[in-house]
Design a protein around this ligand. Structure first.
Ligand code: ZN
Ligand code: ZN
Length: 183
């Protein structure tokens, strides 16, 4: 849905304190996680996000009912702020990530997996915003992300589904090469 700037970025206000609070609770509990393992699981969650981002964009946003209609609006009007209300993403995050990882790893490491995925997700929201709105220094990471994502918009659903990284497009053969100046 189309949102105000505050609405669009409210996830940045809501997610970090929630994740931080859960992490503090985990480390202050009677059975705290081992810091090194926590960091490792956090890293796996962060990297795992890039794959989820690729899949969500390639499959859900371009082919699933409702999601594809919303995403189509973004393709038609890239400068409209179209996003998910923060309470919906928090609810989805709790149901699809926090609770299953709690069941799988226990509370301590579930906070690590969730924190990694949430960091990746917020990084994705930020990078996607920057690729459409910011003037970027040539050859910077964000500039390359902008070029990659511009090709995706230009050729619609032809490829370049990764926003934060092009690695999965290379793995699955959907990387678009070539030049375009259209964002
Ligand atoms: Zn876009
Ligand atoms: Zn798309």
């Amino acid at each position: 849905m189309k949102m105000s700037k505050l609405g669009y970025f409210s996830e940045f206000l809501l997610f970090p304190p929630l994740v931080l609070l859960a992490t503090l609770l985990a480390f202050c509990s009677s059975n705290p996680p081992q810091p090194a393992i926590w960091v490792l699981v956090y890293g796996i969650g962060l990297f795992g996000w890039t794959f989820i981002e690729y899949l969500l964009h390639r499959v859900l946003f371009h082919h699933a009912p409702v999601f594809s209609q919303i995403h189509e609006r973004h393709h038609r009007s890239p400068l409209d702020l179209i996003g998910t209300p923060a309470w919906v993403s928090v609810l989805l995050g709790v149901i699809t990530v926090a609770i299953p990882s709690w069941a799988a790893f226990g509370f301590g490491l579930a906070t690590a997996a969730t924190a990694g995925l949430v960091t990746g997700y917020l990084w994705y929201v930020f990078v996607h915003y920057a690729t459409h709105y910011w003037r970027l220094r040539k050859n910077s990471y964000l500039y390359r992300a902008r070029l990659r994502h511009a090709r995706h918009h230009h050729l619609s659903n032809g490829g370049n589904f990764g926003v934060t990284t092009g690695v999965w497009d290379h793995v699955f053969g959907t990387a678009l090469e070539g030049r375009t100046s259209k964002a």
